[in-house]
Design a protein around this ligand. Structure first.
Ligand SMILES: [Zn+2]
Ligand SMILES: [Zn+2]
Length: 199
């Protein structure tokens, strides 16, 4: 029973990562895209710090989980009807928090650094590539994976954690990953030194 429940939990989690990829690619960026969540996603692309309100997401996610749970109860044992939607829902929640964190926090290690490059390439260079947010693996499976060395970002979309608060320029530690499309955001190391202030 424990192993069975765990397997359903893992299947649910993988099911979300695949759904995340398919929804992002075909609903948010597909032909004839429409609907409130698609509009929210388009807005997120235009203003990278914009995220749809939590209640919008809950209004969609909770009924989806109820329908999933009910449908699965007809075809799976009770452990499947409970743990598969649970894995799906928890991974969806993790996706929401992780996506936000990709935008609001600096990477802490190589995986976080690669994930940000992967996602920002989708945002700022080629929206037809790199649809996976929690994982790049579905992009690899379906041929939409772009290996990214550096991303050019318009000045107005540079994220606060990338910038030196004093000079407003890209921090040296991120200068090899991010370039501003505008000339006024050259890396701090290549900027003219600020004039000394008398105190
Ligand atoms: Zn994003
Ligand atoms: Zn997108």
């Amino acid at each position: 029973m424990f192993i069975e429940s765990l397997l359903f939990l893992i299947i649910g989690a993988l099911g979300w990562t695949l759904s995340e990829y398919l929804i992002h690619r075909f609903q948010f960026h597909g032909r004839g895209r429409s609907g409130p969540m698609t509009r929210e996603h388009t807005r997120h692309h235009k203003t990278a710090h914009h995220f749809a309100p939590t209640w919008h997401k809950l209004a969609l996610a909770l009924p989806t989980l109820v329908v999933l749970c009910t449908t699965l109860s007809f075809i799976l044992p009770i452990s499947g009807a409970v743990f598969l939607p649970l894995g799906f829902g928890l991974t969806y929640l993790a996706y929401e928090m992780y996506h936000r964190r990709l935008h609001t926090h600096a990477p802490k290690g190589p995986w976080g650094r690669r994930q940000r490059l992967h996602h920002y390439h989708h945002h700022f260079q080629d929206p037809s590539m790199n649809h996976g947010v929690t994982t790049p693996y579905w992009d690899m499976v379906f041929g939409t994976y772009a290996k990214v060395e550096a991303v050019k970002i318009p000045r107005r979309h540079l994220l606060s954690w990338m910038l030196d608060p004093q000079s407003g320029r890209i921090k040296d530690e991120f200068a090899q990953d991010y370039l501003s499309r505008d000339s006024d955001a050259i890396p701090a190391s290549r900027a003219m030194p600020a004039p000394l202030r008398s105190t």
